[in-house]
Design a protein around this ligand. Structure first.
Ligand code: HEC
Length: 222
């Protein structure tokens, strides 16, 4: 090959490397300029980003607090007893007054408890549900944790630390979960969560009942 052609090819191949080098450099170096944006769509428009400063308002916040007297569109959460199990900053000790404690209410609670809670807590609430039994069987197959996993058993609702809890705290556990237990606020409607809590109380009482808890006409031969 004549030397001049070899030189020409060499220069050509060196030049061919320039565009990718420039592109790589442009991609890896931050620039204050906006990228070339041929199809704009709605990419660029005047807006205030969350948490950014806005000199229009005295407190310079872009995010505006709710205007006093704003009415909730949909569910209202002003009733903290019903929605959070909290009365005057303390855990509620009663069920909300709009949910009368009838036998039908407790039976609804039993039905919902049996659906949502028994897999882990068992039908009596003692923490011996099938999920728990299966997990214990798996964990005890080998010495120590399986795959780096440890099993936190569902707590018995008859544990002294749980029986001592006010209803509102139980309601909060069902709604938001506790430590390793997930919350059911998004799956179980509020009224049903209260029904479950009322039924848990009934379960707790069933394990610590005295003869005085049994109506006189139901005491059999005693
Ligand atoms: C997927 C398994 C699972 C389900 C389903 C489940 N729990 Fe739990 N629950 C747990 C575990 C695990 C703990 C203990 C959490 C810990 O100690 O980290 C627990 C703890 C609790 C406690 C004790 C809270 C405390 O303060 O110590 C209560 C009360 C309770 N659950 C009630 C319920 C009720 C009511 C339901 C049904 C709505 C339910 N759980 C459904 C796994 C479950």
């Amino acid at each position: 090959m004549p030397r001049i052609i070899a030189c020409f090819l060499l220069i050509l191949s060196l030049l061919a490397m320039l565009p990718p080098i420039i592109a790589a450099q442009a991609r890896s170096t931050p620039s204050p300029n906006l990228p070339i944006n041929i199809i704009q769509d709605m990419d660029l428009q005047a807006k205030f980003k969350a948490q950014s400063q806005n000199d229009l308002f005295a407190d310079k916040r872009s995010q505006r607090p709710q205007i006093v007297g704003t009415v909730a569109n949909g569910e209202s959460y002003l009733d903290t007893h019903f929605n959070e199990g909290v009365v005057a900053g303390q855990w509620a000790t009663t069920t909300p007054t709009q949910l009368p404690l009838t036998m039908a209410f407790l039976q609804r609670g039993r039905e919902r408890f049996n659906i949502y809670c028994t897999p882990c807590h068992g039908y009596s609430g003692a923490g011996d549900g099938t999920v728990n039994q299966r997990a214990l069987a798996l964990v005890s197959n080998v010495d120590g944790p399986v795959n780096g996993t440890v099993w936190v058993a569902a707590k018995s609702v008859h544990d002294a630390t749980v029986t001592a809890q006010p209803l509102g705290q139980l309601f909060n556990t069902v709604t938001n979960g506790v430590r390793n237990m997930a919350g059911y606020g998004s799956q179980i409607p509020t009224e049903d969560r209260w029904a479950i809590v009322a039924y848990v109380r009934a379960l707790q009482r069933s394990q610590n009942a005295s003869i005085n808890d049994v109506p006189a006409d139901k005491r059999g031969g005693m």
